[in-house]
Write a protein that binds this ligand. Structure first.
Ligand SMILES: O=P(O)(O)OC[C@H]1O[C@H](O)[C@H](O)[C@@H](O)[C@@H]1O
Length: 534
């Protein structure tokens, strides 16, 4: 079975209530036929150029041989390591595809100087770099390309022999890359970034790293027909209704890997759902949870749980009598079902699931800071080597780390959530993620954890465009050793600092409480922070 879903409790009620109308309104066949009118007049223009993913399998087939030929060519030239520079929709699908296949791919979706340095120092002479950007103008990706070009040159390697570009035809990157003699794969411009898993964006880096990408396309193809027909058991309609039509609306969606063979699926689904639905003051907040997360079993009335279970979970499906949504299936099928379900959720919520109107605000704020270079705001206080700053309601009432965190949690509304946003080297300091469970246990509310600037291209839209019920814990680090970006007036360290404070200022403008903790020595500060929280 390529995909299975079972729904209980409130999700089952939602399916009973919403799916008959979706089927009667021919929503599934309409999405498949790329009808841009399904999301209302205001969304029609955008939707008319964003539905190409429904035919991605067929369009991508010819790419398989091309990617394989390049993989063989690179291997013959001594390449045994692929690095992917890209953000959001340009890196999350290859990450889940390669992790699931247990194939090595370095995903460099960061501007943290230590993380960039570590990637550069890793097998450079046998590395090929894939630079993926739909728009061809994303600052993180542009910076990653520049620093690798320089590093290849410094090592006596012609960048054109090692850099592969994935971008939309006619983007600024498309033009400059062709001029530089790079290998370019053009993606379908009628597919938005977060729906691009089965296009060149998902397939080129994964295939070059060694994944059997034709298998992913086969897996997706097996579910295409079930997704296209207007029946009440259409998995896209059922999943879409289960996540978006509960009443009262459970607007937080805990996604739990509970036996699935797919590794890291929730991180991909998080961007798809958060960026597609989190706007106009509504949306579904994805919360990535381990099976031991405090939120599970806490009986939170606004939290719907979806469990990704084993393909062979027949027993589980028969036994299940909980209110959780259970899904299982192959990776290719899951990718396509969740894309349909998200488009369906957009219709049920009355929003345009193809735009991201609030992502730009953080980019503008970061650019403004890089241009104006204001003097850094002094810390309100420093505790255990951690600099503490924040919005007045948080910082005014606190004198030490523990009280600052306590005051932030007191700001949580009863339907709220805490978002931890760590602009920290995630390869060097994965232990920081343990703060999520600790704070969820303390807060008694859902807690999201995102690495910056990666999350800005994922849940970032929701935090600014969704319901204004979040409180925000930013964690930044002073760079261990900064790194210049060739031919740019700012360094990686300056860029990530501007991204963090730019986003903090936009959240504050939205009236949200923000506490910013800057680690001056992460290895020493993280244990102190864990102590203060626990
Ligand atoms: O692929 P790019 O054009 O570089 O975009 C990368 C990401 O940038 C923005 O943050 C968008 O909101 C995301 O949807 C997108 O995936």
């Amino acid at each position: 079975m390529s995909f299975r879903i079972s729904v209980g409790g409130a999700a089952a009620d939602a399916v009973r209530r919403a799916v008959p109308a979706l089927a009667a309104d021919l929503v599934a066949s309409g999405i498949t036929a790329q009808d841009p009118a399904l999301w209302g007049a205001a969304a029609e223009d955008e939707a008319s150029k964003r539905l190409g993913w429904t035919e991605a399998v067929a369009i991508s087939r010819p790419l398989v041989a091309e990617i394989e030929a390049l993989r063989v060519e690179l291997e013959a030239a001594g390449v045994d390591h692929i690095v992917l520079g890209g953000m959001g929709g340009s890196s999350l699908a290859p990450e889940v595809i390669t992790r699931t296949a247990r194939i090595d791919l370095t995903v460099l979706d960061s501007t943290e100087p230590g993380q960039v340095r570590a990637a550069l120092a890793d097998r450079l002479t046998t590395t090929a770099l894939v630079i993926s950007s739909k728009s061809g103008s994303t600052v993180e990706t542009d910076s990653q390309r520049r620093v690798y070009e320089q590093a290849f040159r410094d090592a006596g390697i012609d960048p054109a022999s090692r850099i592969v570009i994935v971008t939309d035809p006619g983007s600024p990157l498309d033009e400059s890359a062709r001029a530089a003699g790079y290998r370019v794969f053009n993606a379908d411009p009628n597919v938005g970034g977060r729906y691009s898993a089965l296009t060149a964006f998902g397939l080129v880096p994964s295939g070059l790293a060694g994944v059997d990408i034709s298998e992913i396309l086969d897996e997706a193809e097996t579910i295409e027909l079930s997704l296209a027909i207007d029946t009440e058991d259409n998995p896209g309609l059922v999943l879409g209704a289960a996540i978006a039509a509960t009443s009262p609306f459970r607007d937080k969606l805990g996604i739990v890997a509970d036996g699935t063979h797919i590794v890291g699926f929730a991180d991909w689904a998080e961007q798809l759902i958060a960026e597609s639905t989190g706007k106009d003051g509504t949306g579904i907040l994805p919360v990535v949870l381990e099976t031991t997360a405090p939120e599970l079993g806490a009986g939170l009335p606004d939290l719907q749980i979806v469990r990704l279970v084993d393909d062979a979970g027949e027993e589980l499906f028969r036994r299940d009598d909980s209110s959780d949504i259970l899904v299982s299936g192959t990776l290719g099928a899951q990718l396509l079902v969740w894309e349909y379900a998200t488009a369906v959720a957009g219709r049920l919520l009355g929003i345009n699931p193809f735009d991201q109107p609030d992502v730009e605000s953080a980019k503008i704020a970061a650019r403004g800071l890089l241009d104006a270079r204001p003097a850094p705001e002094p810390a309100a206080f420093v505790a255990d080597g951690i600099e503490v700053r924040g919005t007045p309601e948080v910082i005014g009432a606190s004198s030490d780390l523990a009280s600052a965190i306590e005051v932030l949690l007191e700001e949580l509304p009863s339907n709220g959530y805490l978002s931890i946003q760590a602009y920290v080297d995630r390869v060097a300091h994965p232990e920081l993620a343990q703060l999520r469970d600790l704070l969820a246990a303390r807060a008694g509310r859902p807690v999201t954890f995102g690495w910056g600037p990666r999350f800005l291209h994922s849940t970032g839209q929701f935090h600014k465009g969704g319901p204004a019920v979040g409180v925000f814990l930013q964690i930044t680090q002073t760079p261990v050793a900064d790194l210049a970006i060739p031919e740019r007036p700012f360094s990686f360290g300056e860029l990530i600092a501007a991204q963090a404070s730019g986003d903090a200022s936009v959240l504050a403008e939205h009236g949200r409480p923000v506490l910013t903790l800057t680690l001056t020595d992460p290895a020493a500060n993280i244990p102190a922070l864990v102590d203060a929280v626990g």
